[in-house]
Each structure stands twice: as C-alpha cells, then as structure tokens.
Design a protein around this ligand. Structure first.
Ligand code: MRU
Length: 345
C-alpha cells in the first residue's frame, strides 16, 4: 500500500490520499495550507485516529511556515490558533496529542524563527515515521493471538489508510499474512453510515491479495453463530486508563456479540491513542450530520427530515476485551492497574 499522507520536502507541501473518493478513484490532495488540512480532517478526506494525528502534525508545520511571524510570541499565537482550527474532531485523542506535541516543541526550541520552523517540520515528519514503526510493533505483538488459518472479524478501517502506512489492524493482518504464507482471512463489516469497511478495508486488503469477505453490520451475529470467525480485531480512537476503548460505532455491539459466542475480542492501537487522563463519562463522542444516515449515493433513502441519531463512535468496557495490543506490549484482561504499569506517564 501507498502512504496515506506525506510531507513533500521539495515544495514544503503535504500530500494526502482523498479517502472520500476511494475505492473508485485514487486522488491526492496537495496543499500548503493548515486550514485545508483541517477541512480534510473534518470532512473525512483523511480519517482514522493515527492518520488524523499525522495530518494535524503536518498541519502545524504548515501553519508555522504560513505565519510569517517575526517574533516568537507571534509564532506561538499563530500556532495556538492553528491547533484550535485543526482539532476538528473530538473523539480520536491522536489529534490533540499531535497538536499539543507540536506546540510543546515550538515552545522548547531556542534559536531563530527559522530554526523553530525547521524543527516543527522535522517533528511532523517524525510523528509520521513513528507511526509506521508503531504499527509494525503492534502487528508483531499481536502474532501470539493469531494462528495460521484464522479468520479475523474487523470493523471500520483500521488499515493502512487509517494510519500513515500499514495500519493497526492492518499491520496485524499483513504481518500474519506474510508469516503464515497467506493463510489468513478477514471478514470486514460494512460500517454504516460512512462505509469505511466496504470502501476502504475491502479495497486495501484485496490490493494486498488478502482473502476478504464483506458483510453488512447486521450480519455479525449470524457470522459468529455459524463459526465463521476465530477472533475480532478492531482499532481504537481512544483507550482509557480504565481499559475502555472508544472506536467506530458498532464496535460495542460486536464485542457483546463476540462475548456471547466466546470469540476473543482484541483492540490494537499505538501509544498515541492512549489517554490516561480522561474518565469514561467525560469522553466526547462525535455526532455527525444526520444526512450521513439519510442519504446514500446522493439520494434520500428515508423521509428527508426524518429524526436521526448519528454518533460516530461507541465505548466498549474492559470486561468485553480479551487484550489491548499496543506497540509497547499487550494488556490482557485490561484493568487500570495493568494499564498504568505499561503507561506509567
Ligand atoms: O470516523 P473514522 O473513520 O475516523 O473512524 C476510524 C475508526 O474508528 C478506526 O477504527 C480507528 O480510528 C482506529 S484506526 C487505526
């Protein structure tokens, strides 16, 4: 798979895959504007927790270049405004993790404005490279749970497109596929309303010759009862110190159904997705435009002003999770004590 997002050194621009056009068209957006990056995050041209973190990091570097600031004070003010502009989705913690990290770097550098700008460009590129390394480590750490011949149920897209490269669930599947000579299968839930499973996960696994079957979200119970899958592997937009995971809407229902059928349920995520501060009741679950549910392919499929509830994410409690798999290691049967041991800060 190609990289989802890249920093172009020659022109100091950012290039990202426009995911709203996939799988039919592979189109890139190339920009030097942090506001354009913010728009891409908001309208989900780029999406997936680690990918929007990387985009926000690069957006901050673009903002530093754009600012034309002459004093450190002016630069920091511009960057703080840019961070607010870029933080357009409230649930995935990677977004604020990246903008905060970039602001801290800006505050810590001593030297000229040009030195600070260069340091921010380097940091944005490092966030992206780190993401690729973390994905590989997660994939390797997950191998102990995935046996040759396994069929893995997933939801949404936690593949290469949701990260800079490789994916979280994507790394688990790809590394197992490579290690077991292709003897791995995937069931991908369609993931209404934005269909990241149908549009993105199926697309990228088929590109990589991985045996993938698409189901609608309502088929999960039947697929589990018929013994078609061996385990569930999902990503996360935020993992709390309590072991709760927040992920794409439908994850909680999948976890309950997996639990009922004694199917192991794993969540895979990088350190940048861990939030040791927020309490479960304080997590903001993004509610998106009702028309995402009312309209399919540009046409209303319901009464145009039908009342709609459209939360983009849900929260799965630790008792339904067999293991949280991170780049740092694995937390089996997660508890706050075990989470604190792996993530002391
Ligand atoms: O609304 P999205 O498409 O940004 O939601 C993405 C997910 O829920 C993914 O499962 C999550 O970000 C993990 S990605 C590695």
């Amino acid at each position: 798979m190609f990289r989802t997002i890249e920093w172009l050194d020659d022109t100091s621009q950012v290039r990202l895959v426009n995911q709203t056009k996939l799988p039919l068209t592979l189109e890139h957006i190339v920009t030097n504007s942090h506001e354009r990056i913010a728009k891409s995050i908001k309208i989900m041209e780029i999406r997936g927790a680690p990918a929007i973190g990387a985009a926000a990091g690069m957006g901050m570097a673009l903002a530093a270049i754009e600012s034309k600031a002459r004093t450190m004070g002016d630069l920091l003010e511009y960057l703080e405004n840019a961070a607010n502009t870029l933080n357009t989705r409230p649930t995935a913690v990677n977004l604020t993790w990246a903008t905060t990290r970039m602001l801290e770097v800006a505050k810590s550098v001593t030297g000229s404005i040009d030195d600070v700008i260069q340091r921010l460009i380097d940091e944005a590129k490092e966030i992206a490279e780190e993401d690729v390394r973390m994905c590989r480590s997660m994939g390797e750490n997950a191998l102990e749970f995935i046996k040759p011949g396994y069929t893995i149920q997933t939801i949404c897209n936690a593949g290469s497109l949701a990260t800079v490269h490789l994916g979280t669930v994507g790394a688990v599947v790809r590394i197992a596929h490579e290690k077991y000579n292709g003897d791995i299968k995937v069931y991908s839930a369609e993931t209404r309303p934005r269909q990241q499973g149908a549009r993105l996960t199926v697309f990228e696994f088929i590109e990589d010759d991985i045996d993938t079957t698409l189901i609608t979200d309502g088929m999960i119970g039947t697929v589990f009862r018929e013994g078609r899958v061996d385990c569930c592997v999902v990503g996360a937009d935020r993992i709390l110190r309590t072991g709760h995971i927040i992920n794409k809407i439908g994850t909680y229902t999948m976890a309950i159904t997996a639990n009922y059928h004694n199917i192991p349920f794993y969540s895979v995520a990088p350190t940048s997705t861990i939030d040791m501060e927020t309490n479960p009741k304080d997590v903001i679950i993004e509610e998106r435009d009702p028309d995402e549910v009312r309209i399919i392919n540009g046409e209303y499929v319901t009464v145009p002003d039908a009342k709609v509830y459209n939360p983009a994410f849900d929260m799965t409690p630790p008792e339904l999770i067999d293991a949280i798999i991170t780049d740092r290691g694995v937390v089996r049967n997660p508890t706050e004590e075990k989470m604190r041991k792996l993530f002391p800060k």
